[in-house]
Design a protein around this ligand. Structure first.
Ligand code: DHB
Ligand code: FE
Length: 287
């Protein structure tokens, strides 16, 4: 069985890519944001995951409004990044783990999630920037990836409850995988932000901090909100919180908080970071 070492949830604002390209990490604006990541990078260097499963939203690079899957799972040997319009430098391709992707897809379909399967899939800033924050330097990626996109773009959106169930199913898939690999699960996006309309610039710090607390010890609390409740509480793009909920739900053991950071604003966004360690599993490991 795979070992899920933990989960890291982080914002994925495109401006992060520009700040890295211009080497602005120590700049007064960026320092409180980038200072959050070294403890997580050091933990990853210690636990050395083989695979990163990444829950995120595709922002129009691979899918657009004309054809928008609610949930899609990559099942490719390689994933290529391209510029979807933000003008940030592209990163090296990611190695996939197609056998593990197919096992996750089979588990999800058996659990009645009718996911879209993608044997060719481009990955956007919502995957590349969190990966760069976890493993900076722009060299070869030390992990294979399984990308899982969730629709947070076009209503109707899946609910927090459904997002949680998706994560649980992926967690069961990982625990029943017969290869002895170590997996970290990333959830990207959020926290509260709204990019357009009359509430552009909307931030809700009390709601964000409540969510970050609940994700540690009581994640099911967040499944009582509807998708529209999340829009109201966290802004139209704050619905990316559901990627955090899915990532958290993969963890089947005892969960402890490794590290967190919260800083407002980064671009239009309340930037959050939460790293959780997973001790044990739903299924006891055979001796
Ligand atoms: C911003 C945030 C996002 O989540 C995104 O996908 C694009 C832009 C922002 O705050 O600028
Ligand atoms: Fe986004």
């Amino acid at each position: 069985m795979a070992t899920i070492v933990g989960s890291v949830m982080t914002s994925h604002v495109p401006a992060i890519g520009r700040a890295i390209a211009k080497d602005l990490q120590a700049d007064a604006y960026w320092k409180p944001f980038f200072d959050g990541y070294p403890p997580v990078q050091q933990w990853l260097a210690r636990v050395k995951p083989d695979v990163a499963v990444v829950f995120y939203q595709d922002h129009g690079l691979n899918f657009f409004l004309d054809a928008m899957p609610t949930f899609a799972v990559g099942a490719a040997a390689e994933y290529v990044n391209a510029d979807e319009g933000w003008g940030i430098p592209t990163v090296k391709p990611f190695r996939g783990d197609a056998p593990l992707s197919w096992h996750i897809i089979e588990t999800l379909i058996a659990d009645e999630f009718d996911v879209t399967t993608c044997q060719r899939m481009k990955v956007d800033h919502a995957l590349t920037l969190p990966m760069t924050l976890m493993w900076p330097g722009g060299g070869d990626w030390p992990v294979r990836i399984v990308p899982i996109t969730m629709n947070h773009v076009q209503h109707p959106l899946p609910s927090p409850k459904r997002s949680y169930a998706l994560g649980e199913s992926v967690g069961r898939a990982l625990e029943s995988w017969d290869e002895d690999v170590r997996v970290v699960v990333l959830g990207t996006g959020g926290l509260s932000h709204q990019l357009d309309g009359t509430r552009a610039g909307f931030i809700n710090k009390p709601f964000d901090l409540m969510c970050m607390d609940a994700l540690v010890d009581d994640p099911r609390k967040l499944t009582t909100y509807s998708a529209l409740d999340i829009v109201r509480e966290a802004g139209a793009q704050g619905t990316e919180l559901m990627a955090w909920i899915a990532a958290r739900a993969t963890l089947g053991g005892r969960v402890t908080k490794l590290h967190s950071n919260y800083h407002v604003p980064i671009s239009n966004t309340a930037a959050g970071l939460l790293a959780l360690q997973n001790h044990g599993a739903r299924i006891a490991k055979a001796a």
